[in-house]
Each structure stands twice: as structure tokens, then as C-alpha cells.
Design a protein around this ligand. Structure first.
Ligand code: PRX
Length: 644
């Protein structure tokens, strides 16, 4: 079937950074054939303290990834100070929109610089120095980016933990990277929730985190919270004592910038490590070209700062380009379903970047909500996090973009640091549902399960031969695990964990994860972690978790659970299971469906056949296929009969 094509409007292309497909192709070819020259030229957009010796030293066999070795720079300086020095101090860096309409703050580049310096000086006063790890556990408040950039200024490595994670998840992340400081807030507000316990969760986590020396608490709500004397200090008290200035630490291009934990198909979450020079260059360049960013644009990415999209496309990429970036504390449906559109109207947002899960939820509420708002400021729309299907793509195009705005469907991962496959809006004709073509420096390939490269139109496992300078360098503290996870299946290639199809135009269509990782409302969740959390519930013998198609979330979580002998699968047990997942992981990983069963489909050697469970969860019993290798084929029948 020929898919519908949408061409970049002429008025857009004429003014765009990259104006035609042939211009894209030419630059793409150069980036692959002559990467050193390409990236050396692009790296001029950053301000270096010392130039690099070697542009690129990358080997996917030995798994060595180094960019701009010998070069020195500071990320916070590049994102803030240099703009102030160029006379842009009065430009708004951050527009913060609070949870309640009417609550907002604008922070100029000048103010941001002062706040970062002051915060960095305070951290330094607590003994934080280059290379130390600092954990940040906060909601979307302005002090969060200030804290991140203060770390970057000092050369401390931040590890931001998404605010919905449980105390246990927070504890494990703090311990994995031995963080010295925790920065948090008293309580948080989000939508109808007015007292999200942040500090209290931190206190629980900190019962078992020997590395933490101090806790810095931002007063967001003024709620009464416990403060442990000698350990906990309010930010405002700390700042009152700290000097106002703090020099930016010269960092090597390959010094760590941050750690961000992400889930895989096995084991505990991995600390994805990103470094300084290559990451900043990749996020800044993609932010400029993929969103066709121009000075004075008001740019809004709705992601959470607890995930990589927030790091790369709310903070580092946009600020490096001296953009005005919007940070919103709340949710799309508070106080009503027009909130996103109200914010666009209020700030005259030009570039808007969101996730399909939000679009689905808003689309379902009807055209009246966006219809009542003035969206004429919008110039470009972006999508990230999961495949965007044709219905929401078309709604986004017609209803939000009013047929005028190109849509960039951007494919990438925590590991890749920034966008790898995406249209360039002035150049690439789009097809709803396709992320289209690789960005500069990126060589995607499709492999068959034996590792053979597929050419032309094909479907296969999405791997990368090269990924540009923003790619992760290692798993924090465990380089062997980095090699094992990403480079062992197909030597010489980075394996993304995604499947994809390439069509007759060479366009990529991401079909989703091919491993045991779920994508629930854009949140990445490992099935093994959820199974582990369910298994800790009293009365549970065994659990297997798979995904199923969910209208709003994209994927929902379906848990098959075998109770212990003599225990019945009751509503109470189901409640306890959900509570256990919330406690051990966080509320975003709560199973949507729990089906009790007396047995799971296993091979004679005891391996659970997830393929079968997936088909049952997807309600496609006819597609189950051969079950003759099961130890007890009869379980399949009862699983189907008792499907939720
Ligand atoms: O499966 C792909 C999906 O999200 C995964 C990466 O998740 P995470 O590391 O949490 O990063 C999300 C934000 C970059 C990918 O392996 N994914 C991300 N973007 C897209 C996507 N799937 C289809 N289309 C996309 N545009």
C-alpha cells in the first residue's frame, strides 16, 4: 500500500536550515564518508577551552567510543555564560509554567547564569568536586535544571531520577553510582495531586544509602517535612551562606556529564553514561536542524526531566543554542484538556515536541479543546517515544498544526543521547508513522536473526554501524555489561532492541521493541523488573509479564501470576500485587491486568514461552502456533479461557 506523503510547505523550506532533500543527501554522504571533516566543522558551534587532538576514535568491535579526545570545554558555560557574554543576557532562557494556570516564572540567561553559579558555589561548599555523583530527585520545577547545570559547571556527574519512582528504586540508583548528595524538594504538585511526597520518599531511600552525605531540599510547597539535623538543609539556607560565584571547571570532552538509569530486558536498570563534548554537540546540532530552530523561537518539549528527552531537548540542546525553553510542571489534562493548547497560546510557542501517548489522550477528548485556542504561532510539531500511528499523526497535522506545520517523528533512545532517525522538516517529505531517514553521521542497518545485513526493502532488527558523537560511552561502572548488552548479539554493530521496516524510499518504520522491554505511555519498563516486584508479594509463586496493545498507553502491562499452593487468586491478592510493584518500582509500572493461573506455558527445560503469553494478552489465540514443545500444553487452553 502506498502511504500518503506530506511535502514540506514551500514557505517553510525556503527559510529552513536544510532546504531540500538533495541538500540533506549531500551533507549526509559527507558525514558518512568524511566524518572527521564533517564533525570538526560542526564542533565549531561549541566554545572550547582547548581544541581536540582527535575528532573520532570509535570501534564497535572493541567497543571503544571517544570523540574530541584532548579537547576541553564546560557544558554549563556553553549553555549559559557564553550567551550572556555575547549580549543575550536579557533573553528568556526558561519559561516555567506551574501546575496551576497563572503560576509562572521567566528566567533570563543572565538570571540563569547567576542562579547556576550560586548553586554550584553552594555544592562546592559541601565538598562536591569534579567527578562526584549527585542524585537529583525532583518534579518539574526551575531549580531542577539549575541543579543539573550547577553540577555540569563543577564537573560533578548528575543522576536525575524520575519523580514517580519508588523509594527503593531511588535507593538502588543512588547506591549503584555512590552519589554523595541528594537534591530533592519538600513535596510536589502535579495535576490534582497536591502533596506528592518527595522528601519523605528520599528519607525512606536514605535509610540504606551509605554514600549520601547531605540532602538539599528545595521548598516548593512549604509542606511540613522531617529534616534530619546535620544532614538535611534547605536550599535557601544553603544559598544564604554560599558565595555568589563559582568558576566553570574545564572538562575533558570525554569526562562524564551525567548518568541516567534505563531498563533493559534483563537485570537491574543500567546507568547509561553520557560524556561532555560529543553529547553536547549532538544535542545542539539535532535541536537546531531537526526542529529547524531559529533565534527567538519559543520552544516547548513536554517531556519530563527525569527521562532522556528532558535532558537532551528541554535543557542541553536548546540552551546550547540560546533558545527559550518552556518547562511545564503539570499534566495535559489539568485543570482541563485544553491545558497544552492554552500554554501554546499563552507563550506563542513556535516549536512543540510531545509524545504520541499524550496526543492519543487529547485526541480522544475531541476537537473542541484545541479549537478554542489560538495555535497560529506553531511552526513545527515533533513526536518522540513510541511509534506514532496514522490517526494521531493526521490529527496532530490537521487539528494542531492546521495543515501548516511539518511533523518530525524522531526515533532515538536513552542510549543514543539524541535523535538518530527523523525527517529534516524543510527537506524530507513525511509519511505518517515513519521516522523517515537517518540524521547526519548515523548508519542504521537491518539484520536478520543470523546477523546478515538486509538490503533494500526489508524488515529486520534495527542495528547501527555508526551513531554520531552523542552515543552513550558505557554502562556506569560496568563496561563489560555495556559490551554484552549492545554489542554481543551482532559483533561490530550496536543493537537497538527495536525492530524496523525499510520501505521503497529507504524510509524507516520503527515497529517497536523486539526484546522484553515495554513502552508504557512512553515509559520504558523491563518485564523482568515487574516480574521481580510481583514475585515479592506474599502468596505469589511465579509471574510472567508481557505487553498488550492499549488505546491510550500504547502498551499496557499484562501479568500472568501463579499463586502459591493453597492460595486463591483473589481481588485482595491482585491489590497486593499492584501495591508491590508500586513499592518496588513506582506507580508508572503498575500492571493493567492481572490474570491468575495454575501454571505458565513452559518448555520441558522450564523456560517460559512468552511468545504464547503475548498472543493471549493480545487476544490473538489463533496466532499462538505450535505448542507441542510445552511440558503441559493444556495450560494454554485454560489461559485462553480465563483471559481478562
Ligand atoms: O522502542 C523505541 C521507542 O522508545 C525506545 C527508547 O526509549 P527510551 O530510552 O526511554 O527513550 C525514549 C525517548 C527517546 C526505543 O528503543 N521509541 C522512541 N522514539 C520512537 C520510538 N519508537 C518509534 N518511533 C519513535 N519516534
Amino acid at each position: 500500500m502506498q502511504s500518503q506523503r506530506f511535502y514540506p510547505p514551500a514557505h517553510f523550506s525556503n527559510a529552513a536550515h536544510i532546504k531540500t532533500l538533495s541538500e540533506y543527501t549531500e551533507r549526509y554522504q559527507e558525514s558518512i564518508q568524511n566524518p572527521d571533516a564533517f564533525w570538526a566543522r560542526e564542533a565549531q558551534r561549541l566554545t572550547w577551552i582547548r581544541p581536540w587532538d582527535t575528532v573520532r576514535d570509535v570501534d564497535f568491535h572493541d567497543v571503544r567510543i571517544r570523540w574530541f579526545a584532548g579537547g576541553q570545554l564546560n557544558v554549563a558555560y556553553n549553555c549559559v555564560d557564553r550567551h550572556v557574554q555575547r549580549g543575550l543576557g536579557q533573553r528568556t532562557a526558561i519559561i516555567w509554567e506551574g501546575n496551576e494556570p497563572g503560576q509562572s516564572r521567566k528566567i533570563s540567561y543572565q538570571e540563569l547564569q547567576s542562579q547556576i553559579e550560586h548553586f554550584a558555589a553552594a555544592l562546592r561548599g559541601l565538598g562536591v568536586k569534579k567527578g562526584d555523583r549527585v542524585c537529583i530527585f525532583m518534579q518539574m520545577i526551575p531549580e531542577l535544571p539549575v541543579a543539573m547545570l550547577a553540577c555540569a559547571r563543577l564537573g560533578a556527574v548528575h543522576s536525575v531520577v524520575f519523580g514517580a519512582f519508588s523509594a527503593e528504586s531511588l535507593r538502588d540508583r543512588i547506591n549503584d553510582s555512590c552519589c554523595k548528595i541528594l537534591i530533592t524538594q519538600d513535596t510536589g504538585v502535579r495535576g490534582n495531586k497536591q502533596d506528592i511526597p518527595m522528601k519523605a520518599k528520599g528519607d525512606l531511600a536514605l535509610r540504606e544509602t551509605p554514600s549520601i552525605e547531605k540532602v538539599i531540599v528545595v521548598k516548593r510547597t512549604g509542606a511540613t517535612i522531617a529534616m534530619q539535623s546535620g544532614r538535611d538543609i534547605y536550599l535557601h539556607d544553603l544559598l544564604a551562606e554560599a558565595p555568589p560565584s563559582c568558576p566553570a571547571e574545564p572538562m575533558d570532552a570525554e569526562d562524564p556529564l551525567f548518568i541516567l538509569y534505563t531498563s533493559g530486558s534483563t537485570g537491574k536498570p543500567k546507568g547509561v553514561l553520557h560524556t561532555t563534548g560529543g553529547y553536547l554537540l549532538h544535542t545542539a546540532l539535532t535541536h537546531e536542524l531537526v526542529f529547524d530552530y531559529r533565534p527567538e523561537d519559543i520552544y516547548w518539549c513536554t517531556a519530563d526531566l527525569g527521562w532522556v528527552t528532558g535532558h537532551s531537548y528541554i535543557i542541553y540542546g536548546p540552551l546550547c543554542n540560546a533558545a527559550t525553553t518552556v518547562i511545564y510542571e503539570g499534566v495535559p489534562n489539568y485543570p482541563d484538556f485544553s491545558r497544552f493548547w492554552q500554554i501554546i497560546e499563552k507563550y506563542k510557542v513556535n516549536l512543540f515536541y510531545t509524545a504520541p501517548t499524550a496526543l492519543r489522550a487529547l485526541m480522544r477528548e475531541g476537537d473542541g479543546w484545541p479549537g478554542q485556542c489560538d495555535l497560529s504561532s506553531l511552526r513545527l510539531l515533533g513526536s518522540v517515544g513510541e511509534p506514532i500511528k496514522a490517526p494521531e499523526w493526521l490529527w496532530y497535522h490537521h487539528m494542531i498544526g492546521q495543515g501548516r506545520c511539518p511533523i518530525v517523528d524522531t526515533w532515538w533512545q536513552t542510549e543514543t543521547g539524541g535523535i538518530l532517525i527523523s525527517p529534516l522538516p524543510g527537506a524530507t517529505p513525511t509519511k505518517p508513522g515513519s521516522a523517515t531517514l537517518p540524521f547526519f553521521g548515523v548508519e542504521p542497518v537491518l539484520l536478520d536473526p543470523s546477523g546478515k545485513e538486509l538490503h533494500g526493502e526489508a524488515s529486520g532488527l534495527l542495528c547501527l554501524k555508526s551513531a554520531g558523537p552523542g552515543q552513550m560511552r558505557t554502562v556506569y561502572g560496568d563496561h563489560e555489561r555495556f559490551k554484552q548488552t549492545y554489542f554481543s548479539q551482532f559483533p561490530g554493530y550496536y543493537f537497538t532492541g527495536d525492530g524496523a521496516r525499510r520501505d521503497e524510499d529507504g524510509y524507516y518504520w520503527i515497529t517497536g521493541r523486539v526484546d522484553d522491554v515495554l513502552n508504557v505511555s512512553g515509559h520504558r519498563i523491563g518485564t523482568a523488573e515487574v516480574e521481580g516486584a510481583i514475585g515479592m508479594t506474599a502468596g505469589v509463586a511465579e509471574a510472567a509479564v508481557v505487553g498488550f496493545p492499549h488505546d491510550l498507553k500504547g502498551q499496557g502491562i499484562y501479568a500472568f501470576v501463579t499463586p502459591m499452593q493453597g492460595i486463591h487468586g483473589s481481588t485482595d491478592l491482585e491489590k497486593a500485587i499492584k501495591e508491590s510493584v508500586r513499592q518496588h518500582i513506582g506507580s508508572h509500572a503498575t500492571p493493567d491486568k492481572v490474570q491468575f493461573t495454575h501454571g505458565l506455558p513452559k518448555t520441558r527445560s522450564g523456560k517460559i514461552m512468552r511468545r504464547i503469553l503475548r498472543k493471549i494478552a493480545e487476544n490473538e489465540p489463533d496466532a499462538i502456533g505450535d505448542i507441542s514443545t510445552l511440558a503441559d500444553p493444556s495450560v494454554v487452553e485454560s489461559l485462553i479461557a480465563e483471559r481478562k
